[in-house]
Design a protein around this ligand. Structure first.
Ligand code: UD1
Length: 369
């Protein structure tokens, strides 16, 4: 069996790593790794490959940044000739970024079967580019690997035949389980002069939070209030999108009460997350990682496509007036830590994916409809 894996942006790398390793262990699969180049900075790309033990990409499409249409279109054009040449039995695409949907479109039109890892998640929020990417990718996929029961329900509601949907658990948690001890051993917080349990870790990069001046200003001011009100260090590794907006809008003075860091490597971020008093984020994956680590998480969004992190985890949504953030943080820090873990988030999701895919067979074994 031959599989082409497509990755492009930071959150893809943690998801594909265990899948590649699981197929490798079967000894039955020829694998080709394609990096679209959507993320190209070393902090967002190269170091992740090193930290996660990923092989170097066999193909780098080098598409870089651009508007949504430009970025998606460039991936499609560059990927088509690769897939024509490789003729794989399956294309594996992960998550919900522009590279994910571009890969699904190209493969489906070439009649190559598409497997989507992390299928079925829905925020119901069509202003999120990721929601469009999720829905389109799922519609084009032949094997849909899901992380939580809400995803299975969403897909059933959308009419996806049940035999295509496979509830396997969460590959992002496979990666976390594999690396958490190594991350802890690095004692990142101590090396940074931080007291474990006495700092908050923040990530902000969603267009809805950082693109508009008023919203970004209010959020940065609110983080300043959180630093003053809790007495905790507030660490903010700055995503390039957020860094660019801060500079453009001349908001640098609002960063003064915060500890600003460059985007962190996987192991450093995981190490800091483990020892944090709490996390404030608008990321998808971090809601899941904090759930397993038992670290309180405040998601600065009106909705989540990952509701299991609310019912079985440490996550709470906050989309009110940013000035109310301090109260929500205080409440989260005092809350009792959930001991629950979502079903099948056990570190073995990728093995299930490999087993199921081998069972589904090669091109022509069971042709897609
Ligand atoms: C993308 C994903 C988002 C994911 C995030 C993780 C889409 C629609 N969005 O958002 O779901 O949560 O990755 O980081 O696919 N840039 C750099 N260096 C890079 C890459 C980007 O400086 O290596 C800057 C560029 O100015 C670029 C901007 O970041 O224009 C945004 O990059 P892009 O890939 O379009 O989206 P992200 O915001 O990173």
């Amino acid at each position: 069996m031959k599989i082409v894996h497509i990755v492009g942006a930071r959150p893809n790398f943690m998801k594909i790593a265990p899948v590649i390793h699981a197929f490798e262990r079967t000894g039955e699969v020829e694998q080709v790794l394609v990096h679209t180049g959507q993320h190209y900075d070393e902090e967002l790309s190269k170091y992740f490959f090193e930290d996660l033990g990923l092989p170097r990409p066999d193909v780098d499409l080098g598409v870089g940044s651009g508007s949504h249409a430009v970025q998606t279109g460039r991936v499609m054009i560059a990927l088509e000739s690769v897939l024509v040449r490789e003729r794989p039995d399956w294309v594996f695409t992960v998550g919900d970024v522009n590279s994910t949907v571009a890969a699904a479109l190209v493969a489906a039109k070439l009649g190559i079967r598409v497997a989507h890892v992390e299928a079925g998640l829905r925020s119901g929020d069509w202003t999120m580019p990721e929601e469009i990417n999720r829905v389109v990718t799922d519609r084009l996929s032949d094997a849909l690997f899901t992380t939580e029961s809400s995803a299975d329900e969403n897909l059933a509601r959308e009419g996806v035949p049940a035999e295509r949907v496979h509830f396997v658990g969460n590959v992002m948690i496979d990666t976390l389980e594999r690396h958490r001890d190594r991350a802890a051993e690095q004692k990142v917080a101590e090396r940074m002069g931080l007291e474990p349990g006495r700092y908050l870790l923040v990530t902000l990069h969603r267009p809805s939070n950082v693109d508009e001046s008023e919203r970004l200003t209010a959020l940065l001011m609110a983080l300043g209030d959180v630093a003053a009100g809790t007495g905790h260090d507030v660490l903010l590794p700055l995503h390039p999108r957020t860094a660019a907006r801060v500079k453009e809008l001349r908001l640098e003075h609002l960063l003064k009460p915060l500890t600003i860091l460059p985007p962190l490597r996987y192991l450093d971020f995981l190490g800091l997350m483990q020892d944090a008093a709490g996390v404030i984020t608008d990321s998808g994956g971090i809601q899941e990682e904090t759930t397993v680590l038992g670290v309180p998480c405040i998601t600065v969004r009106p909705n989540t496509e990952r509701p299991v992190t609310l019912t079985h985890g440490t996550n709470r949504l906050y989309d009110g007036d940013p000035h109310g953030l301090l109260d929500v943080v205080r409440e989260a820090l005092l809350s009792e830590r959930s001991q629950l873990r979502p079903p099948l988030w056990d570190g073995h999701a990728a093995e299930r994916i490999a087993r199921i895919t081998l069972g589904l067979g090669r091109r022509g074994d069971s042709a897609p409809e």
